[in-house]
Design a protein around this ligand. Structure first.
Ligand SMILES: [Zn+2]
Length: 192
């Protein structure tokens, strides 16, 4: 269960504004907010990640962290949806720093989760399994990249088709894994 229903209207409005503003950026941005909706920090990263200092990480405890994963405009140009999943680093960060909630957006997709204290499961076990899924995803993705480099795709559309098929399959599988684990309050939704 997301805690967002218990948030102040100011915080909900602020999260909405920030997430709409960053959801289609090609680079990552992470914003930390407190319960009052005040911004504690805003960090811009590159097309892969955002770096946090030790004090940034400490500030996360009990607050709400949101960020985007890079949006690839060219996918949309070819009629495909941008999909993304939490990285295992996101999960580990949430586990270690205990923000109230960690949120991630890409295009019109919104993800949220929090580690709950009512866990029947071992968080480290979940993290290990999640990492294994992530590795499987990367292996599948690398095969597509290799085929691209070997000139196996006749058209760019063929490549994006294969690329998006892999991403959607693993997005479903990995989000399903999170949803199935009751120790995690995990929410996945498409806006609009
Ligand atoms: Zn992330």
């Amino acid at each position: 269960m997301s805690t967002s229903t218990t948030y102040s209207s100011i915080l909900i409005k602020k999260l909405d504004e920030i997430e709409n503003a960053i959801s289609r950026n090609s680079y990552e941005t992470a914003v930390l907010l407190n319960q009052d909706g005040s911004i504690l920090f805003e960090k811009k990263g590159n097309n892969k990640s955002v770096r946090f200092s030790v004090s940034d990480k400490k500030a996360m405890h009990g607050n709400v962290l949101t960020h985007n994963h890079p949006f690839q405009i060219e996918l949309e140009d070819y009629g495909y949806k941008n999909t993304s999943i939490f990285s295992s680093i996101d999960l580990l960060l949430a586990y270690q720093q205990k923000p109230k909630e960690i949120r991630m957006v890409v295009g019109d997709i919104r993800h949220s989760f929090q580690w709950t204290t009512a866990s029947k499961h071992d968080a480290r076990d979940i993290l290990t399994k999640y990492e294994a899924l992530e590795v499987a995803f990367k292996v599948a993705n690398n095969k597509v990249e290799k085929r691209l480099n070997d000139g196996k795709y006749k058209t760019v559309e063929d490549y994006y088709g294969a690329y998006c098929t892999i991403r959607e399959k693993y997005t479903d599988r990995i989000c399903g894994f999170l949803e199935d684990n009751s120790c995690i309050g995990y929410i996945f939704k498409r806006e609009a």
